[in-house]
Design a protein around this ligand. Structure first.
Ligand SMILES: Nc1nc2c(c(=O)[nH]1)N[C@H]1C(S)=C(S)[C@@H](COP(=O)(O)OP(=O)(O)OC[C@H]3O[C@@H](n4cnc5c(=O)[nH]c(N)nc54)[C@H](O)[C@@H]3O)O[C@H]1N2
Ligand SMILES: Nc1nc2c(c(=O)[nH]1)N[C@H]1C(S)=C(S)[C@@H](COP(=O)(O)OP(=O)(O)OC[C@H]3O[C@@H](n4cnc5c(=O)[nH]c(N)nc54)[C@H](O)[C@@H]3O)O[C@H]1N2
Ligand code: SF4
Ligand SMILES: [Mo]
Length: 747
């Protein structure tokens, strides 16, 4: 057996694991023992893994694994074809679409799970081989609000500007809209210090597993009405300022914008905040006092998750959290800090190397002339040939298949999807599926037949985590090596190989190496001098076990830096070195009308990951969470005549649906689970399940004007009892060459 040191395929904690596998052989075949994983010592997980990590080896050699390209034939079925046929067909479709409608008729949708090498080459492929501006990725649904807020406050966005292990010394941690106990279980050990000191403060409308960690004197749970965090944060800032707890010296020395900030929080005294959020004024005061005391005498951190970021005002809400941290003097100090908990495995690296519509590698802006010149040099192409900014994900998806007159650019007509399952995970998913069906050609690269792949004209089988080499950048901005532990099945190909072949067929004017190490060498040069500078990082240094956080420049003396575990100690990244307090204002909260309306919040459960393509195929995980269930408070349920286990229909409430009649999706049909963990005015549904259980059938494509983040966390809905007929759809059902059957309601 061989033992390979690598990291988990799933989330941004990137827990270290060893894969134990039979040497060289493919993981299938009766003779070879199935690969296994074990936790490995590492600062983020300290040997621990969660249930998803422990069972990750089941993805290797899985019977549903794709091993041949599949092309939709005239009868509508997906049928195996050779790689030659597949690639030649793609090149022809790209040429046809671009000749007819212009370069931007071809689009690319990437993912935050791709390695740095794949993300980088995909961005280059779009700009250089396709010449299109139309590229964006699922990180838009994930980190874009927190990123936009950090960029405007600090001049730089690295999720955690400090190593996770620093939290060990914290006596107070304010965790806003993050459920780490289910979304990053090994992370909980880093909260032990704060819990012991009674200082874990969780803000979540639900009594989540993480909120429950505050029990028995370990801390406080603030349970605001959904989508009122901005007001809550303005209220906390109000109390800190009025109580004389603002870090005056720090603010004068290191920040700009205090005057405006004071004015913006003045209208939010605790009793008014209580009326808007439901959080008692006394609890607000207690929280502010605790934070202020800890910031002065101990160690205090403020961390945010998707619960406050995935809103149509997510950038402003994340900004309000940063403002509070700055008021307390935390960012860049030895007394604590602020950070956001990045979600996807390479959610950090994936947002740095050019998959984003407005971005070039190294976290450079695509509109910056110097950045364009630099990339033009690295790529060996004229600067003018690099397209300008494209469309953020929701707009890109809204443009799919939009008609255009001959010779004019309309919407995207031909789309490449790499590492996202948008039929399940994008807002207003019914409209997204319609958009995919309106395309002239859809190419999906995946290793399983995801719900999005089921819509494709061509599916390309690619490599998964333990079959490939590359790098990932975790939630701390630490660059890690992903290593090949097993041989891929014959027939599957790496995405680097695919992009290399397609670039050649499209006569691309630059090289597209297929060797990950070579791609990383190019990425080093491409990122050099940018905010996310990787030029001092090499596979050799990573393989030697060095811990390297970006920025890690190659110094002028030729000596690489030791990386930057902690940012902002001396200065922030704005030209003048100072952070910006950006005054933000809250709109009046929109409460459910009371006419049977409830607020739907969506999110995650421990055993399922994202759209579920992977975890729904792991037996023990899908046994633990076989279907999406709607958490409903017993008081709300009895008013609606709903009992535990009843089937319920969830649809957008009348007004919202009528206003957007064209996009009003069909209802969600799931079973209700009565639970005291949700407020009586709120229901919760995980988004991991497809078909009639898909939460995103009812979410709307309403976005934050700054970040383009969709409003995933609040949708006003009507919930009714719904007798259903037909077999219960078991998501892990196989074979999967047919679409998941929708449940039918009895007439
Ligand atoms: N098991 C599992 N783990 C995962 C993932 C997964 O799919 N499954 N995905 C990974 C990824 S990509 C991400 S982005 C992270 C996400 O990790 P988290 O941010 O922890 O996950 P969510 O469940 O989306 O949301 C967190 C909490 O926000 C709360 N919430 C909802 N609305 C509001 C609100 O208005 N205000 C406040 N304060 N809270 C609210 C929800 O009740 C929920 O408990 O998880 C990563 N880890
Ligand atoms: N309602 C609601 N919707 C949400 C959210 C929410 O909280 N509520 N959260 C949002 C968030 S934070 C996120 S991150 C998104 C995630 O949503 P998705 O983008 O759908 O994420 P995944 O399910 O991880 O999809 C990744 C797909 O790519 C495949 N894949 C994995 N690795 C690779 C690779 O290396 N190459 C290729 N080609 N394919 C690969 C997987 O098999 C899977 O089919 O969902 C968003 N949608
Ligand atoms: S916490 Fe995240 S990285 Fe760690 S084992 Fe679980 S899914 Fe994998
Ligand atoms: Mo995410």
């Amino acid at each position: 057996m061989t033992v390979t040191a690598t990291h988990c395929p799933y989330c941004a904690l990137q827990c270290a694991m060893s894969v134990v596998a039979a040497p060289q052989g493919p993981p299938t075949g009766p003779a070879a023992a199935a690969p296994e994983v074990a936790g490995r010592e590492f600062p983020t997980n300290r040997g621990g893994l969660c249930r998803k990590g422990w069972t990750a080896a089941e993805l290797l050699g899985h019977p549903e694994r794709l091993t041949e390209p599949l092309l939709r034939s005239d009868d509508g079925e997906l049928r195996p074809v050779s790689w030659d046929v597949a690639l030649t067909r793609i090149a022809a479709e790209v040429r046809t679409a671009q000749d007819r409608y212009g370069k931007d008729a071809v689009g690319v949708f990437g993912g935050g799970g791709l390695t740095n090498e794949k993300a980088y080459l995909l961005g280059k492929f779009a700009r250089v081989a396709l010449g299109t501006s139309r590229i964006d990725y699922n990180g838009r649904f994930c980190m874009s609000s927190a990123a936009a807020a950090a960029n405007r406050a600090f001049g730089l966005d690295r999720g955690l500007p400090f190593p996770v292990a620093d939290l060990a010394g914290a006596d107070t941690v304010l965790l806003l809209g993050s459920n780490v106990a289910e979304t990053m279980p090994p992370f909980v050990q880093h909260l032990a210090g704060a819990r012991d000191a009674g200082g874990l403060i969780v803000v979540d409308p639900r009594r989540s597993a993480t909120a429950a960690l505050t029990a028995d004197g370990a801390g406080l749970h603030l349970q605001p009405a959904p989508h009122t965090d901005l007001i809550l944060l303005l209220g906390l800032a109000h109390v800190v300022i009025n109580g004389g707890h603002a870090a005056r010296g720090y603010l004068t020395e290191r920040t700009e914008g205090m005057e405006d900030l004071i004015r913006s929080v003045a209208p939010w005294w605790p009793e008014r905040v209580q009326a808007a959020t439901g959080v008692p004024a006394a609890l607000l005061r207690e929280t502010a006092a605790r934070l202020a005391h800890s910031a002065r005498t101990g160690s205090c951190y403020i961390l945010t998750g998707r619960g406050i970021e995935q809103h149509a005002d997510g950038t402003d809400t994340a900004t309000a959290a940063i403002n509070l941290a700055l008021l307390l003097g935390l960012p860049g100090s030895a007394r604590g800090g602020y950070g956001t908990l990045t979600g996807q495995g390479n959610g950090q690296g994936g947002r740095e190397h050019g998959q984003k519509a407005d971005q070039l590698p190294g976290y450079r802006k695509i509109t910056d002339p110097a950045a364009r010149e630099h990339l033009a040099r690295v790529w060996g192409v004229p600067e003018a040939s690099i397209p300008g900014p494209g469309l953020p994900a929701v707009e890109l998806l809204a443009s799919l298949g939009a008609p255009a007159a001959e010779g004019q650019t309309g919407g995207v007509r031909c789309l490449f999807v790499h590492g996202a399952n948008i039929v399940v995970s994008a807002p207003d998913a019914t409209a997204v599926r319609r958009g995919l069906q309106a395309l002239d050609f859809l190419v999906v690269s995946d290793f399983f037949l995801s719900e999005t792949a089921l819509e494709a004209d061509l599916v390309l089988p690619v490599l998964q985590w333990a079959e490939e080499e590359g790098t990932m950048t975790n939630l701390e901005g630490r660059v890690l090596r992903r290593r090949r532990a097993v041989s891929p099945p014959a027939g599957a190909r790496s995405e680097l190989w695919i992009l290399n072949r397609l670039a050649a067929l499209l006569d691309a004017p630059s090289a597209f190496p297929e060797d990950p190490r070579e791609v990383f060498e190019e990425l080093r040069a491409a990122s050099a001098g940018g905010p996310a500078d990787y030029s001092g990082i090499t596979y050799e240094r990573l393989d030697a076990g060095e811990s390297l956080h970006w920025p890690c420049p190659q110094g002028p003396d030729g000596l690489p830096s030791a990386g930057t575990p902690r940012l902002f100690a001396e200065r922030f990244a704005h030209a003048d070195g100072r952070a910006r307090l950006v005054a933000v204002r809250a709109a009046a909260p929109v409460r459910p009308s009371g006419r049977g309306e409830l607020v739907l919040a969506t999110g995650r459960v421990l055993e399922q990951y994202q759209s579920g393509t992977q975890t729904r195929r792991v037996a023990s995980l899908s046994a633990a969470q076989p279907e999406g269930r709607l958490s409903l408070h017993p008081a709300a349920a009895s008013g609606l005549g709903i009992a535990d286990g009843d089937w319920v229909r969830v649809r957008r409430s009348g007004e919202a649906a009528a206003a957007r009649a064209s996009s009003a999706g069909p209802a969600v049909l799931v079973r209700a689970e009565l639970s005291l963990s949700v407020r009586p005015d709120t229901v919760f549904l995980p988004f991991h399940f497809p078909g009639s259980a898909a939460a995103n059938r009812v979410t709307e494509a309403r976005t934050d004007p700054i970040s383009g983040m969709p409003e995933f966390k609040t949708t006003h809905v009507i919930v009714e009892r719904a007798p259903v007929q037909g077999t219960v759809f078991v998501p892990a059902a196989r074979p999967t060459l047919a679409a998941a059957p929708d449940l039918q309601e009895t007439p």
